[in-house]
Design a protein around this ligand. Structure first.
Ligand code: GLN
Length: 532
């Protein structure tokens, strides 16, 4: 059986539990341990696929086509663990399956209750994740903050889990905040004490505290936290703010966190090697030699998390080119032919990300036109590719009013439309074209130059497709269909011949970019942007 690390959070949300979990994963992997990570989300949606980015942030798509929490993106970027459907557990899924069992009569005669039925289902799902795999460790992050009503069944389940398996097999790491109060010139430990108090009321004694703070914790603060929270001082780890999230594993390592975990869980570890990560990721990220400015033209720019994987993928390619990527977030709803110039004049590359619905579409099309005409490096992703096709149809092929049927059901030129199989779909959740599909890359294209492969596997999340009825015309006018899904003859990558670098994909390359292994399309995009 693998060992379990349960990560909880207290005091406030947004403490970076996901990054902390991913960093612990990275550290343990650097000592030769095999692991996976799980995120438990206390909301009642079955998955975040039906949620608005303002509610949830990015929806992260796994190879097997699950729409999941963005923390799974952190897990894949920091570690070698491959995320699948079962790595994201939600309250919705738990209740769904317990209620289905009840209807089938599996609990005949009994009353179905939160304890034990819901908590048993949670424990069995957590265990299932490692089934059939030879893993040393499973890291389980519980979403939300201790004290929330929603997360109580999850906390009760891990309490039972830790008691049953014993502390040498399962531990709790609690992430808290130690705020710095300016007027007192002190870091304050009270919120942490209260948060641990809350956890102990539920019956969980944390084994390690990760204390987030902007200032270093004094010896006195550490002693105080240790005393009030029933811990050894060495188990009070400070997690001070850093410049780049990729430095966090190194920070934890310096604090002795991995050593501590290995001792507590009696794990056998090998000699640690973090040198590549340190030299090729962290140092380069912290001390870039160049700068490059990229505009991201989207409608959810106000929210930090809506395009999380795209921002990270840009950073990864910046790291590889020794450059700091400055991202100019441009609201596509504000863009018009008159003010375009003001937003885009100083950027070296333009990226249009994915999205749903008509809002902001015309602004994206204008930005794409600018990129095409001014020969500015352009990367389009999903809706970004679809809008590039619309722009080309309207402005190069003179198909006035060309559109996607997603935005205009009665367009005279439906250059983007639904496949027959999607027209029949009535249920919204989990019914898009999801997950990995192969794509054949045409030789002699910019996409091929980037990938150096004739066949790639990329992740999808969309319903609409390029309408093949317009392909011949668009090809004649200079649009290159550089990537296709052969089985159904679907367009996956388009590009322009007479342009330094104008490439767009129906799939989402950002989900497969890593800090030490940038995605080829992002890499080539940043490369040409730097040349500009
Ligand atoms: N709305 C478009 C579709 O459903 C694009 C989706 C996306 O960008 N992820 O096909």
């Amino acid at each position: 059986m693998p060992k379990y690390i349960f990560i909880t959070g207290g005091v406030v949300s947004s403490l970076g539990k996901g990054i902390a979990a991913a960093s612990i994963g990275k550290l343990l992997e650097s000592r030769g341990l095999k692991l996976t990570l799980v995120k438990c989300d206390p909301y009642i949606n079955v998955d975040p696929g039906t949620m608005n980015p303002y509610q949830h942030g990015e929806v992260y798509v796994t190879e097997d086509g699950a729409e999941t929490d963005l923390d799974l993106g952190h897990y894949e970027r920091f570690t070698n663990a491959l995320m699948r459907k079962e790595n994201n557990i939600t309250t919705g899924q738990i209740y769904y399956s317990v209620i289905s069992k009840e209807r089938k009569g599996e609990f005949l005669g009994g009353t179905v209750q939160v304890i034990p039925h819901i908590t048993d289902e949670i424990k069995s799902r957590i265990k299932k994740v490692s089934q059939g795999k030879r893993l040393d460790v499973v890291i389980v992050e519980i979403g939300g903050t201790v004290g929330d009503i929603e997360s109580l069944p999850f906390l009760e389940a891990i309490r039972q889990f830790i008691i049953k398996e014993g502390r040498e097999n399962a531990i709790n790491i609690h992430v808290t905040l130690v705020p710095y109060i300016k007027s007192a010139d002190e870091t304050k430990t009270k919120p942490t004490q209260h948060s641990v108090g809350r956890l102990r009321q539920i019956g969980i004694q944390p084994d390690i505290l990760l204390c987030r703070s902007e200032r270093p914790l004094s010896k006195k603060s550490k002693e105080k936290i240790a005393l009030f929270c029933n811990l050894n001082e060495e188990a009070v780890i400070q997690a001070i703010d850093v410049e780049t999230v990729y430095e966090i594993p190194l920070l934890f390592q310096r604090e002795g966190l991995d050593r501590l975990i290995i001792d507590m869980l009696h794990l056998k570890s090998r000699k640690q090697d973090l040198s590549r990560w340190e030299n090729e990721v962290v140092k380069r990220a912290k001390f870039p030699k160049r700068r490059v400015k990229i505009a991201l033209v989207g409608k959810y720019i106000a929210l930090q998390d809506a395009y999380k994987s795209i921002y990270e993928a840009l950073i990864h390619s910046g790291i590889a080119h020794n450059a700091k990527v400055e991202i100019e977030r441009v609201d596509s709803e504000r863009i018009s032919p008159e003010n375009l110039f003001r937003y885009l004049e100083r950027v070296q590359g333009i990226l249009v990300p994915g999205g749903f619905g008509a809002r902001g579409i015309e602004g994206k099309i204008e930005a794409i036109r600018y990129a095409r005409e001014q020969k500015i490096p352009f990367l389009g992703i999903c809706l970004g590719m679809q809008t590039a096709v619309i722009e080309f149809a309207r402005n190069v092929c003179a198909l006035k009013g060309a559109n996607s049927t997603e935005f205009d059901k009665h367009t005279p030129y439906p250059v983007i439309s639904l496949l027959e199989e999607q027209k029949k779909v009535e249920v919204k959740g989990g019914t898009m074209r999801l997950g990995v599909y192969p794509c054949e890359i045409k030789k002699g294209t910019k996409a091929y130059e980037a990938y150096r492969k004739e066949r790639v596997l990329e992740r999808h999340r969309h319903r609409y497709e390029v309408n093949n009825a317009y392909r011949e015309l668009m090809e004649e006018k200079g649009l290159v269909f550089a990537g296709l899904y052969p089985e159904q003859d679907l367009v996956e990558v388009i590009e322009l011949r007479e342009h330094p670098w104008f490439v767009a994909s129906q799939f989402h390359p950002e989900f497969k970019s890593k800090p030490d292994n940038p995605h080829p399309l992002f890499y080539a995009f940043i490369k040409t942007a730097l040349e500009r």
